[in-house]
Design a protein around this ligand. Structure first.
Ligand code: DQA
Length: 138
């Protein structure tokens, strides 16, 4: 089973970026742990700060992978283009946010992506990624 985590802008700085919100662990460290815990799964990771690169990756994996876990960061709240890309592919996408966006600024309360996603995980910290991956294995 092939699953990819796609992280969007500023998520390359997890571990150092606003640690009171996002925690102190880098994504690379967390992801290596996940790969160790689920050796029977093919787990890939892609991060980009660029909207078009995220769309290109969705197109690339979106017809062959079994699941996509997408934390589009701030593009969640702005990007019709990423929403359209999700609607255009076959692989189911779970939208994920590390923080509880509903407990934050009002502009984070709206997602262009959610209507096109299989489901949404919000506010469960890094653990959310593992839960999303496990959903795809059920
Ligand atoms: C985020 C929430 C977004 O509002 C924010 O722009 C991010 C991270 C999260 O994981 O909580 O970059 O997607």
């Amino acid at each position: 089973m092939k699953i990819i985590v796609i992280n969007g802008p500023n998520l390359n700085l997890l571990g150092t970026r606003e640690p009171h919100i996002y925690g102190r662990q880098s994504f690379e460290e967390y992801f290596a742990q996940l790969q160790g815990e689920y050796p029977h799964l093919t787990l890939h990771y892609f991060q980009s700060n660029h909207e078009g690169a995220i769309i290109d990756k969705l197109h690339e994996v979106g017809f062959t992978y079994d699941g996509i876990v997408l934390n589009a960061g701030a593009y969640t709240h702005t990007s019709v283009a990423i929403a359209d890309a999700i609607a255009s592919i076959r692989t189911p996408v779970i939208e994920l946010h590390i923080s509880n966006v509903y407990d934050r600024e009002a502009f984070r309360h709206h997602s262009f992506l959610s209507p096109n996603c299989r489901g949404v995980i919000v506010g469960l910290g890094m653990k959310g990624y593992e839960l999303a991956i496990r959903f795809f294995t059920l």
